[in-house]
Design a protein around this ligand. Structure first.
Ligand SMILES: Nc1ncnc2c1ncn2[C@@H]1O[C@H](COP(=O)(O)OP(=O)(O)OP(=O)(O)O)[C@@H](O)[C@H]1O
Length: 462
């Protein structure tokens, strides 16, 4: 088939239909069928006549699998996430994006609403369950490890939960603290909270909080508390609509790594006042070294001698603290080298993308969104920009470009390390869609975006 594109082994796209909800039971369903090619599927849709919508639409052969409305979370997990566990246990990052309109089933898929029943457990919670099982085995095998986080080397899971709201990251594990997303001189993205000035003059800037968990129960309870903090906005479709991208990370850690990272933050906070003092001393000593003549020119001040010794002492102190920081950073690297298992640093990342009702492709008139305030329209524009940026990053990664446009949006900046860490890992997008004719425009919008992303993820791959 001419429109058939093979799926990259590093990026996959899935579709999940949800059942009609009780209040949609009287509405008609979108006509749909699936064609299977070698390892991909295309979807054909037919709609009731509508002024702003085509009568039929067919995707490319873009989708790895299409889950029908009867599929339980456990089947989706087995098809999408479970096969990637070995990659995470080898230290890679596997990213999973849920994308769909408000009420289409993103939260149902990622977190789940009934955690008492295994089949209903969301993908993230099932992933954490399997991750803990695998880590417990290693902790016992590596000898001495109790699996309860008592040993420096016992492996556990650090969980982070934050949202991208506009240009800021909001830490749901730190009382919704607003954090800035910046690129550092090292080219890495840094997500940092407000600067805290401590009593001893140290200046601390905290990264996103990572809760270390030794058991799945501990992780669930932290997660429940964080999810309570999620901002909800009004929506014409679903009361709990989110206008933000939520990011949930599970990273394999041990106490030695967490301590080493804490030491880096501590050394950074010590360096700030010492660095400032060195700059102040330099400025003070040079301030009176020149005077202005009546003609407005600057000339050396004969009455002032620069105290070079004072400047040198301040610089020497600064470089001592810089060395301490470098040693602390080297200790983090050493943790990875000395760990007896390659899984340290392996990550599952789940991203609940903002609702697809904001996605507009060109002058696409088929998308008729809910009535929005001007603030919501502005958020919508940012979300749309994020989604385009994400697609372009996926394309550049698939093409193995040396320069990947992570800087294009706060979302892609934040995902930088996850995409780079996914070399050896995998990224997948799950498109959640409603079969209701009443949601046809939103469903079409979701599938169109998913189709674009799948094409982007498949370029350059045979
Ligand atoms: N596959 C499914 N099977 C059964 N029920 C589902 C499924 N998908 C969604 N639902 C139900 O539909 C409702 C809306 O789903 P959900 O809250 O997951 O939507 P959402 O996409 O996360 O919405 P929002 O973006 O507004 O948060 C929930 O009551 C959920 O239980």
């Amino acid at each position: 088939m001419s429109h058939q594109h093979s799926q990259s082994s590093h990026f996959k796209t899935y579709v999940r239909w949800r059942p009609l909800s009780p209040n949609e039971s009287s509405t008609a369903e979108i006509g749909r069928s699936v064609d299977q090619y070698e390892s991909t599927h295309s979807i054909s849709l037919s709609f009731e006549p509508h002024l702003y919508r085509p009568r039929t639409w067919k995707s490319g052969a873009s989708f790895t699998e299409v889950f029908e409305a009867g599929a339980m979370n456990s089947s989706v997990f087995e098809g999408v996430v479970a096969p990637t566990l070995p990659r995470v246990m080898d230290g890679a990052t596997c990213n999973f994006f849920a994308y769909g309109h408000s009420g289409s089933g993103k939260t149902h898929t990622i977190i789940g609403y009934n955690n008492e029943v295994d089949e209903q457990l969301g993908l993230a919670l099932s992933a954490s369950r399997d991750l803990f099982r695998a880590l417990d085995e290693i902790n016992i095998k590596l000898g001495g490890g109790t699996g309860q986080g008592n040993s420096e080397q016992d492996l556990g899971v650090a969980v982070r939960l934050y949202e991208i709201r506009g240009k800021l990251a909001v830490d749901l594990f730190n009382n919704n603290a607003e954090c800035h997303v910046r690129e550092g001189p090292d080219g890495q993205t840094h997500i940092r909270g407000k600067t805290e000035v401590l009593e001893d003059g140290k200046v601390r800037v905290r990264p996103i909080v990572a809760h270390p968990c030794c058991t799945i129960e501990e992780l669930h309870s932290k997660l429940r508390a964080g999810l309570e903090m999620r901002k909800t906005g009004s929506s014409s479709v679903h009361d709990e609509s989110s206008r933000t991208h939520a990011i949930l990370e599970f990273e394999v850690v041990n106490k030695a790594l967490l301590d080493a990272r804490d030491a880096v933050i501590e050394r950074e906070s010590e360096l700030v006042p010492v660095g400032k003092r060195a700059t102040d001393v330099h400025l003070e000593e040079h301030k009176n070294a020149y005077i202005q003549t009546p003609e407005g020119k600057y000339t050396r001040n004969p009455d002032h001698t620069i105290n070079q010794g004072r400047i040198d002492a301040a610089e020497a102190e600064k470089s001592e603290y810089e060395t301490r920081l470098q040693l602390a950073e080297a200790a983090v690297v050493e943790c990875f080298k000395s760990c007896q298992h390659s899984c340290l640093g392996g990550k599952f990342v789940f991203v609940d993308l903002a609702g697809s009702e904001y996605f507009v492709q060109g002058n696409d008139a088929s998308v008729v969104g809910p009535k929005q305030t001007s603030q919501e329209r502005q958020q919508g524009r940012q979300i749309n920009a994020d989604l385009f940026a994400l697609k372009e990053v996926i394309r550049a990664c698939a093409l193995n470009h040396a320069r990947i446009p992570f800087r294009s949006s706060p979302l892609t900046m934040v995902l930088r390390s996850h995409f780079l860490g996914s070399r050896g890992g995998l990224s997948a997008m799950i498109l959640t869609v409603s079969p209701s004719e009443a949601q046809a425009s939103a469903t079409l919008s979701t599938l169109k975006y998913g189709n674009l992303v799948a094409v982007a993820g498949a370029v350059g791959k045979k």
